[in-house]
Design a protein. Structure first.
Length: 100
Protein backbone atom coordinates (compact mmCIF):
# COMPACT_ATOMS: atom_id res chain seq x y z
CA UNK A 1 0.00 0.00 0.00
CA UNK A 2 2.82 2.37 0.83
CA UNK A 3 4.47 1.61 -2.47
CA UNK A 4 1.40 2.68 -4.46
CA UNK A 5 1.17 6.00 -2.58
CA UNK A 6 4.83 6.64 -3.29
CA UNK A 7 4.32 6.05 -7.04
CA UNK A 8 1.33 8.39 -7.16
CA UNK A 9 3.22 11.06 -5.24
CA UNK A 10 6.16 10.83 -7.62
CA UNK A 11 4.04 11.10 -10.79
CA UNK A 12 4.25 14.57 -12.32
CA UNK A 13 1.00 16.53 -12.51
CA UNK A 14 0.24 17.72 -16.00
CA UNK A 15 0.07 21.46 -16.48
CA UNK A 16 -2.37 22.80 -19.04
CA UNK A 17 -0.72 24.26 -22.05
CA UNK A 18 -2.36 27.39 -23.41
CA UNK A 19 -3.70 26.87 -26.89
CA UNK A 20 -4.39 30.52 -27.68
CA UNK A 21 -2.28 33.54 -26.87
CA UNK A 22 -4.14 35.54 -24.14
CA UNK A 23 -3.16 38.79 -25.86
CA UNK A 24 -5.14 37.79 -28.93
CA UNK A 25 -8.41 37.03 -27.13
CA UNK A 26 -8.59 39.98 -24.71
CA UNK A 27 -10.44 43.08 -25.88
CA UNK A 28 -7.56 45.44 -25.20
CA UNK A 29 -7.73 49.22 -25.29
CA UNK A 30 -9.74 49.31 -28.52
CA UNK A 31 -12.44 47.08 -27.03
CA UNK A 32 -12.56 49.23 -23.91
CA UNK A 33 -12.93 52.36 -26.02
CA UNK A 34 -15.79 50.85 -28.02
CA UNK A 35 -17.64 49.72 -24.87
CA UNK A 36 -17.08 53.10 -23.17
CA UNK A 37 -18.40 54.91 -26.25
CA UNK A 38 -21.42 52.63 -26.34
CA UNK A 39 -22.14 53.34 -22.67
CA UNK A 40 -21.91 57.10 -23.27
CA UNK A 41 -24.29 56.90 -26.24
CA UNK A 42 -26.83 54.85 -24.26
CA UNK A 43 -26.68 57.26 -21.30
CA UNK A 44 -27.17 60.23 -23.63
CA UNK A 45 -30.15 58.53 -25.27
CA UNK A 46 -31.72 57.75 -21.88
CA UNK A 47 -31.42 61.38 -20.76
CA UNK A 48 -32.89 62.59 -24.05
CA UNK A 49 -35.78 60.14 -23.78
CA UNK A 50 -36.50 61.22 -20.19
CA UNK A 51 -36.52 64.87 -21.27
CA UNK A 52 -38.93 64.15 -24.10
CA UNK A 53 -41.25 62.05 -21.93
CA UNK A 54 -41.28 64.79 -19.28
CA UNK A 55 -42.10 67.39 -21.94
CA UNK A 56 -44.98 65.28 -23.28
CA UNK A 57 -46.33 64.75 -19.75
CA UNK A 58 -46.21 68.49 -18.96
CA UNK A 59 -47.85 69.31 -22.28
CA UNK A 60 -50.65 66.82 -21.55
CA UNK A 61 -51.19 68.30 -18.08
CA UNK A 62 -51.41 71.80 -19.57
CA UNK A 63 -53.87 70.61 -22.22
CA UNK A 64 -56.02 68.95 -19.56
CA UNK A 65 -56.06 72.18 -17.53
CA UNK A 66 -57.05 74.20 -20.60
CA UNK A 67 -59.76 71.69 -21.50
CA UNK A 68 -61.15 71.82 -17.95
CA UNK A 69 -61.17 75.61 -18.07
CA UNK A 70 -63.00 75.61 -21.42
CA UNK A 71 -65.54 73.08 -20.11
CA UNK A 72 -66.16 75.26 -17.04
CA UNK A 73 -66.66 78.36 -19.21
CA UNK A 74 -69.01 76.45 -21.50
CA UNK A 75 -71.03 75.19 -18.54
CA UNK A 76 -71.26 78.71 -17.10
CA UNK A 77 -72.42 80.03 -20.48
CA UNK A 78 -75.04 77.27 -20.74
CA UNK A 79 -76.29 77.98 -17.22
CA UNK A 80 -76.49 81.71 -17.92
CA UNK A 81 -78.29 81.04 -21.20
CA UNK A 82 -80.70 78.64 -19.51
CA UNK A 83 -81.31 81.22 -16.78
CA UNK A 84 -82.00 83.91 -19.37
CA UNK A 85 -84.40 81.62 -21.22
CA UNK A 86 -86.15 80.75 -17.97
CA UNK A 87 -86.57 84.42 -17.05
CA UNK A 88 -87.91 85.27 -20.50
CA UNK A 89 -90.39 82.38 -20.41
CA UNK A 90 -91.78 83.48 -17.04
CA UNK A 91 -92.39 86.98 -18.24
CA UNK A 92 -91.67 90.19 -16.38
CA UNK A 93 -91.52 89.83 -12.64
CA UNK A 94 -93.93 91.82 -10.55
CA UNK A 95 -93.18 92.70 -7.02
CA UNK A 96 -96.11 92.05 -4.72
CA UNK A 97 -94.93 94.67 -2.27
CA UNK A 98 -94.70 97.36 -4.95
CA UNK A 99 -98.23 96.78 -6.30
CA UNK A 100 -100.06 97.50 -3.05
Amino acid sequence: MHGLGWIVAQAPTPTPTPTVDPELVTPGPMGFAVVALLVLVVVALVFDMLRRVRRVRYREEANEALDAEQRALAEEAEEAEAGDRGDAAQGPRTDDAGSR
